[in-house]
Design a protein around this ligand. Sequence first.
Ligand code: GLU
Length: 421
Amino acid sequence: MTETRSGALQDPWEMALEQFQRAAQHVPLKRGIREFLAYPKRELTVNFPVKMDDGSVRIFTGYRVHHSTVLGPSKGGIRYHPAVTLGEVRALAMWMTWKCAIAGLPYGGAKGGVVCDPKSLSAGELERLTRRYATEISVLIGPESDIPAPDVGTNAQVMAWIMDTYSMHRGYSVPAVVTGKPVSVGGSVGREEATGLGCAIVAREALRLAGLSLAGARVAVQGFGNVGSVAAAALHRMGAVIVAASDSRGGVYHDRGLDPQALVEHKRATGTVAGFPGARPLTAQEVLEVPCDVLVPAALEGQITRENAARVAARVVVEGANGPTTPEADDLLRARGVLVVPDVVANAGGVVVSYFEWVQDLQAFFWSEEEVRERLERLLARSVHEVWRVSQERGVDLRTAALVRAIERVAEAVHTRGIYP
Ligand code: GLU
């Protein structure tokens, strides 16, 4: 277990396992089945060379973890970040299992990652790294076995390179091997904005169930990437006031509200939301503590901890990121009456539209933007309402309720399939 100097529980895998154990207490499971669900099915570590622009060769380390394949092929993104570890990828893979199960998708959970700083690589280096990593993990991925997608530090272009590399090895195009591709190579309309938009839809539904209104609600967003910026814009359209936003380089606050579109343009021009004209500067940590009604942590895991949970001023936390709240912080927030809408529900919009993309690729029959959006709205609203109901019936918090439903679904499939041989 990784402990900070202050002893806070922050290692993502420890967090994921603790969340699982808490929820599993509410599900009647035989010990062996409980252990089967707790641990990853398989983990691949690859060390591979990449030719750099200066002619040198650098060795990179990457991972692909399958947590579960019980409900179907495994699904989950690929992260490029300097702080990627096997433990982090393992945690993210487990969260994908629960996320897919709650949404009712026919998938298990997986995740991949490469230890690298994509911002410091040229486009050519990024392409060669991606093609070699895709080749290294090609023993695992495939449209019927394991389907990657974007995550922190990767995007539609990276997915296109993976799709092309896999297809070159096969000798024919296999668009369904990854999701989150550009529309020109078999991507789905609405995939790019699906996680952020989904987050706003889930926030709206959760607030409604809690008897709160989104109109006029004051929102702070940590992380202004593909999730945070799109969620901010969607929440703004739904009538909320975005009072604070941050990214890895800093943040901004404005009592009367920030215009998300202007913030996106400022970030496009300068590389950060920091320095947005007329707003008060903040650090990425301070954004978690500003006075607001809804906090959307949409950056990385382990942000709300036992150190700062008491200073979170929001009434509702909607987890755009995976794993932003540690289990200790969950307890502290609950004791203060703060409602936490967990990651596995709040950010499921991405994988839901990934599923739509995979279905469209397999059928070679593509949907309109309205069809994608309507199905996304319907599916997310259904899962928020289901998780809310389980939480009320069992007297547990929303994270536990979500994981209880997920664990029940996967466990039922294990029982029905039986233990092989
Ligand atoms: N990386 C995203 C997530 O954490 C999307 C995964 C997918 O679309 O497969 O949910």
